[in-house]
Ligand binder design. Structure first.
Ligand code: G6P
Length: 605
């Protein structure tokens, strides 16, 4: 949520910063700006809109001799997208870009206004800038000023700061929002996300909470700690590019079979699930008596599928919580309850707050995270990375698929270690997951043309319903979210049997209802539910297992899933739903990788 990047070094600061901003755009894209240090002066260029707009401005009036710059791409919270509200903000000698929210900004603002400070924007950021400047003018000490200001601010923030009287120098601090610094051959970088730094360097350090860093000349210095402990990433620039696909979302969908294999392979030994690589041994699993899965958005939906499998296989009571609600629920059981926080980015504010809440209450915690070294991964007692690789499209695909695959393996492991399934069953299930899931998903992706035909039938509708039972209901919640977030069609997922208790009144002539039926024992019931809506005029689409009898007669349009298994079907039906969302959004001319109003990494509560 909001992207920050900075560079100080030997050349082309503006070019590097704008290149990084293009990669960071998935974090927010309603306004953008940069500040460059040029000949002892700070120059700011900013605009409402995307990086392409900024590039046009810079092409008309290029900034020359730029050795140091900071940049920002915004997802508006305080104040609508506009020139004045866009970052960088400058007050007195201080200029900065910000990610996060300063919760007590109103109180700070009125104090500073009483001191004669004049604010021009509606943002909390400008107030943070004013506060740092207030202390800077008093002390002339950047470190002191940043720390004193940070002491007074509540909320989450990552700041990249430049002072007009300190040439080619960037200071930064983070509290609750991510910030990475990196060392290149040509100078030092910082960004809110490692992916933005991959074109430039692989050596990075992820700042700890409250650390203040100074980047200048040939030195990166962390106050009171000295030189950072650099690490190396094995991410490549290729991973962060579209690679010939029209959209990142499409590329990431096609990367799913490999990503699923990556998420599972290091956790299977002798055909059995084994999480010892993540520090979770037999006794870890034996002790678990209950599970809370806490997450937001698609990660929460992945938790729903996982909870179904955990209860079905391991008989461990599992509750899924929306992270923004978790803290308002009294902790009913603590002893031997594992709290699993699921997050692709590892930085989602509500998920992080839930993790901290769970730890405070004495729960054992596990973070299931994709982006390595992120806050949730670092703060959880245990962590298991999903290894999906960088995900750029705002709508998650491979992130979700790897969360489901990893948690499915976790469910098998739990069931096995608790003696609920024997070795042969555990091996069979593990094989099904490892071989059927990627295969079935890949086979559906090869049938994209069939899905294009389905998309043509429904893309002009205003409302679409997904229905399913059991695991298909859990999966259909993700299917529906995917569709609405990128196509802007109102869509809802319903438990197939529940639709008639009210919501069926919304079915009109031609309303598309997409039913998912992958479980043999539920075929008849789903068939009846499809008939109920069909009788009321719905245009019905059935996505089903090939074993469903007379499937072709059950609905107006039928997609038969490739022959697979119970577990394989979870992933193949997911792929159909992802493709439906993608093709519908494409036909509607939507901005698929950057849907309106959204951001990928939501670092505000
Ligand atoms: C945002 C994204 C969703 C994502 C959710 C949770 O809303 O648009 O795609 O599922 O955040 O993100 P996380 O990084 O915690 O998985």
């Amino acid at each position: 949520m909001c992207g920050i990047i900075g560079y100080t070094g030997i050349n082309e600061a503006v070019k590097k910063v704008t290149q990084g901003l293009e990669i960071l755009e998935y974090r927010g894209y309603d306004s953008v700006g940069i500040c460059a240090s040029v000949g002892g002066k700070l120059e700011i260029v900013k605009t409402k809109g995307r990086v392409s707009e900024l590039n046009k401005l810079l092409a008309n009036e290029p900034i020359q001799n730029d050795l140091c710059a900071i940049g920002h791409t915004r997802w508006a919270t305080h104040g609508a997208p506009s020139y004045v509200n866009s970052h960088p903000h400058m007050v007195g000698k201080t200029c900065l870009v910000h990610n996060g929210i300063i919760e007590n900004y109103k109180e700070i603002k009125s104090r500073l206004e009483n001191e004669g400070v004049n604010f021009v924007s509606d943002t909390d950021t400008e107030v943070g800038c004013g506060l740092i400047n207030y202390y800077y003018e008093k002390t002339n000490e950047p470190y002191e000023a940043i720390l004193s200001a940070s002491d007074k601010m509540r909320g989450s923030y990552a700041f990249a700061i430049m002072f007009s009287d300190e040439e080619n120098t960037i200071y930064a601090i983070r509290q609750g929002s991510p910030l990475i610094i990196a060392k290149g051959q040509d100078g030092f970088y910082l960004a809110s996300d490692l992916t933005a730094l991959i074109p430039f360097t692989k050596e990075y350090y992820s700042l700890c909470e409250g650390e203040v860093v100074k980047l200048a000349g040939n030195k990166a210095e962390i106050y009171q700690k000295g030189e950072p402990q650099w690490k190396r990433t094995d991410m490549t620039y290729e991973m962060a590019k579209k690679g010939g696909y029209d959209h990142f979302m499409l590329k990431e969908m096609y990367e799913q079979p490999k990503a699923i294999e990556n998420s599972l392979s290091s956790r299977i030994k002798d055909g059995l699930p084994d999480f010892s690589v993540d520090g979770m041994d037999k006794s870890f699993f034996e002790e678990i008596k209950a599970i809370h899965i806490v997450a937001c958005g698609s990660a929460m939906h992945a938790g729903l599928v996982a909870s179904h499998l955990i209860e079905k296989l391991a008989f461990v009571p599992t509750r899924v919580y929306i992270a923004s609600e978790y803290r308002y629920t009294p902790p009913l059981t603590i002893d031997d309850t594992l709290v699993v926080v699921v997050s692709q980015s590892g930085e989602t504010a509500d998920s992080l707050a839930s993790l901290r809440y769970a730890k405070e209450k004495g729960f054992k915690t596990l973070g299931i995270v994709n982006a390595v070294e992120t806050t949730i991964a670092k703060e959880a007692d245990y962590r298991a990375y999903t290894y999906a690789g960088p995900e750029i499209a705002v709508a998650t695909t491979k992130g979700y698929a790897t969360q489901v695959s990893l948690m499915s393996l976790f469910a098998i492991c739990l069931a096995y270690n608790k003696g609920k399934i024997d070795t042969n069953t555990a091996k069979d299930l593990t094989t099904c997951l490892f071989s059927h899931a990627p295969k079935a998903l890949g086979e559906v992706l090869e049938r994209r043309d069939e899905v294009k035909e389905i998309a043509k039938l429904i893309y002009e509708r205003d409302d679409i319903f997904y229905i399913g039972r059991g695991i298909d209901y859990q999966m259909s919640q993700e299917a529906s979210l995917k569709l609405k977030e990128i196509s802007y069609i109102h869509s809802q997922a319903y438990a197939a049997g529940e639709l008639k208790h009210g919501t069926i009144s919304l079915i009109e002539c031609g309303t598309p209802v997409i039913a998912i039926a992958t479980e043999e024992k539920l075929f008849d019931k789903i068939d009846s539910n499809v008939k109920e809506v069909r009788a009321r005029g719905a245009y019905t689409i059935l996505i089903c297992d090939g074993e469903m009898e007379n499937a072709q007669e059950c609905a107006d349009k039928v997609f038969i899933l490739p022959k697979s298994s119970y577990i394989g079907n979870i992933f193949s039906s997911l792929a159909v739903a992802q493709l439906i969302a993608y093709e519908v959004a494409r036909l509607r001319g939507c901005d698929i990788d950057k849907p309106k109003n959204l951001a990928k990494s939501v670092t505000v509560e």
